[in-house]
Design a protein around this ligand. Structure first.
Ligand code: SF4
Length: 350
């Protein structure tokens, strides 16, 4: 019998990175020691024993570890169905390394692209040359015939106007899964430099919606936005990562400094908040609100409670009236939000 939800375990290898992204949630953790190979191999065996369907290996930048291929190969050898890595892409400018990682058995890769041009991407990564290396990395995977290449973009003040151009790049590369992630200012770089980096959602949202529309127009219908208040996306509710992942996954985060057995639920409870204004909003049942730190800085003025009459009929759990709900099973059958075969990507940079 098919499992109700897939179990995804996100394994943090440490926080060392070849980039210095200004908004990085782990900006204040880079000095922590990297985890050892033996420790990580034990974690991979534990992940398998815990029933992981998906293992996502992330850092920092896990791909620059000398043992990265050993970690991937081991996870595949013991039967983990999908091994994913999220990367800044720089090391994959080396075509031979791409070949070796593919040979180790990596199933999927997520490139983090933060600008449509080098000037913006390299500024945000604080790493000259990182844009060109990422582009070479993408091309090396594509030309090697690797199919499951995905993308994510952290949305900040410096790049939100470029989102349509970034979306054009993803569409040209035919990336089936892409996420546009509203920056997380709970701690790290965006917390430390909030005013410089965090845009107002009302200014960024129109560009995020345009980016989604670029994907849809190209036939790439699985693109998503993450960490947004739903009232700014009422016409794109089938493109919300959190709605998607709550139905698809049980997600655990395993790092050296924390262990989270319910990363999806705890994010909603610990880091995000609905405002007084949200009382009575018909989307309150499915919306996680916005970052607490965001509300502390910018207040709740931009939130726009949604009348029930404006809701699409398919959205479950949004309203109190049960007649407006359809079961998750109905949704699974109709595929209106979910597609287990194509939707195994999810942001994990928290
Ligand atoms: S609950 Fe609040 S943040 Fe969410 S959609 Fe409604 S008004 Fe917006």
């Amino acid at each position: 019998m098919e499992k109700e939800k897939l179990k995804k375990i996100v394994l943090f290898t440490g926080y060392a990175c070849s980039n210095r992204c200004r908004f990085c949630i782990d900006a204040d953790k880079r000095g922590l020691p990297e985890r050892g190979t033996g420790e990580l191999l034990r974690e991979i065996y534990s992940a398998k024993a815990a029933g992981a369907d998906i293992l996502e290996i992330i850092g920092g930048e896990s791909t620059m570890r000398r043992d990265f291929r050993v970690l991937v190969r081991t996870a595949k050898k013991i039967g983990i169905e999908e091994v994913i890595c999220a990367t800044n892409g720089r090391i994959f400018a080396d075509r031979e390394y791409v070949r070796q990682v593919m040979e180790a058995g990596l199933d999927s890769i997520i490139f983090s692209l933060h600008g449509a041009v080098a000037e913006v991407h390299d500024f945000l990564t604080d790493s000259p040359g990182s844009f060109n290396e990422l582009l070479h990395g993408v091309e090396n995977f594509r030309s090697a015939g690797f199919r499951r290449i995905y993308g994510n973009t952290t949305v900040v003040r410096q790049n939100y106007r470029q989102l349509p151009e970034i979306a054009e790049m993803y569409a040209r590369w035919r990336f089936t899964n892409v996420e546009f992630i509203f920056v997380d200012p709970t701690y790290g770089g965006a917390y430390n430099n909030f005013e410089e980096l965090v845009p107002h959602i009302s200014e960024a949202a129109p560009f995020m919606r345009m980016a989604l529309d670029t994907g849809t127009a190209a036939g790439l219908t699985q693109w998503k936005v993450r960490y947004v208040p739903l009232c700014h996306f009422t016409d794109h509710l089938d493109h919300i990562s959190e709605i998607n992942e709550r139905r698809l996954y049980i997600s655990e985060h395993w790092a050296q400094d924390f262990h989270n057995d319910d990363s999806i639920g705890s994010r909603a409870e610990v880091s995000r908040r609905k405002a007084a204004k949200c009382t009575g909003c018909s989307l309150a049942g499915v919306c996680e609100g916005i970052w607490k730190v965001y509300l502390d800085h910018y207040g709740e003025e931009e939130l726009r409670p949604v009348p029930a009459a404006d809701l699409p009929a398919f959205l479950p759990g949004a309203v109190e009236n049960p007649e407006k709900k359809r079961s998750d099973n109905d949704l699974m059958k109709s595929g209106s939000i979910l597609n287990k075969n194509t939707e195994t990507m999810g942001h994990t940079g928290e």
